[in-house]
Design a protein around this ligand. Structure first.
Ligand code: SF4
Length: 348
């Protein structure tokens, strides 16, 4: 029998497993505390469980994390982790420190099928979905690699892959990120990003998972968006915005719109004007991300003055707009640059 990895295994399903074996379901709580809070990965060391239960767990489960194969440190202090999965495939996560906040960008797929034109991951195609163990395991493994002061405080599901395309595993992992018995992050500190899969956004809003939702918008007219994000053929801008207008937000929460600025493509004054109209009536904040050129890309970074004037226009319309300077650009760790290429280990 193939053993199941308990990292990433849903709490409710562990309770069901225990009930099936006539064991009190509250033991799931104790098992989770051992794993996620005390980082004990060996059933025999879980001393408040009976010997019989420890043996039962050992017959059905194991506990393991993805292996860090290499890490590269950027001049800005960010660290890109290359993980080797059990089948030999590799994925990447990027840890980005900024004052008190330590943000980890995690991957949800090996590659991605959505083929956004500005994204290196998109050139790989989809190799496979990650399991919930592999999604959650990135964060746990990175925390184990870092000292106490540098533990991850915020998680963004914006690495390799479209999270909603790997729906069940992503939802299981996100649930565990915010579960008090597991990683216990505040739901305000977890952000799921999507390229705009309208049907799956509607499904996700039924999950009772009040994490932040970020939409990778990147254009304000269907022609341009279709050229750079083929998903726009299935879900044109007006369909996407209608869905977002009806997205149930908790009080004081906002949707985040990510806007990668490509020189001469989507950074024009008319784009700023259209964006202001599109966002009207949606509680939001906008992240403008000036594109960072990488070797095979046909796109250019935007003109700095144009970025500032784009921002100014939206600010004048009372929107909250940040210019997000890409992190880890020197190590291909920036937005859309993750492709799990083999790396040389960082000097210690
Ligand atoms: S930007 Fe995101 S959705 Fe688009 S190809 Fe890259 S990983 Fe996939």
């Amino acid at each position: 029998m193939k053993l199941i990895n308990l990292i990433g295994f849903p709490h409710a399903r562990l309770q069901e497993f225990l009930l099936e074996h006539r064991i009190e379901p509250y033991r799931a709580h104790q098992i989770f505390i051992w794993i996620y809070h005390y980082k004990v990965y060996d059933f025999d060391s879980m001393t408040n469980l009976s010997k019989a239960l420890r043996a039962l767990l050992g017959e059905h489960f194991h506990i393991s994390l993805p292996r860090i194969q290499a890490k590269t440190t950027s001049q800005d202090g960010s660290v890109k982790y290359l993980f080797e999965l059990e089948d030999g495939l590799t994925i990447e996560s990027v840890w980005m420190p900024s004052d008190e906040r330590k943000t980890l960008c995690v991957s949800t797929q090996v590659g991605c099928r959505l083929a956004c034109a500005f994204c290196l991951t998109g050139t790989m195609g989809l190799k496979r979905n990650l399991t919930s163990s592999e999604i959650l395991g990135q964060q746990i493994a990175v925390n184990e690699d870092l000292d106490e002061d540098n533990q991850v405080t915020n998680t963004v599901l914006m690495g390799m892959g479209e999270p909603l395309d790997n729906y069940d595993a992503t939802v299981d992992a996100v649930r565990l990120m915010i579960l008090p018995e597991a990683l216990k992050l505040s739901s305000r500190r977890v952000t799921l990003s999507t390229a705009g899969q309208v049907d799956l956004i509607k499904k996700f809003q039924e999950e009772d998972l009040p994490v932040n939702l970020a939409i990778s918008l990147n254009a304000t007219d269907n022609k341009t968006r279709q050229d750079i994000m083929p998903i726009n053929k299935k879900y044109p801008i007006e369909v996407l915005m209608e869905c977002l207008r009806n997205y149930p937000l908790k009080p004081s929460r906002r949707l985040t719109f990510e806007y990668v600025m490509l020189g001469g493509i989507n950074d024009r004054d008319e784009d700023a004007r259209r964006l202001a109209k599109l966002l009207h009536g949606i509680p939001n904040k906008v992240n403008l991300i000036p594109f960072n050129k990488f070797a095979p890309s046909e796109f250019d970074p935007p003109d700095e003055e144009q970025v500032l004037s784009f921002q100014q226009y939206l600010l004048a319309k009372n929107y909250t707009v940040f210019i997000r300077r890409n992190r880890a650009t020197d190590i291909l760790g920036a937005c859309g640059q993750l492709a799990a290429q083999p790396l040389s280990p960082a000097p210690a």
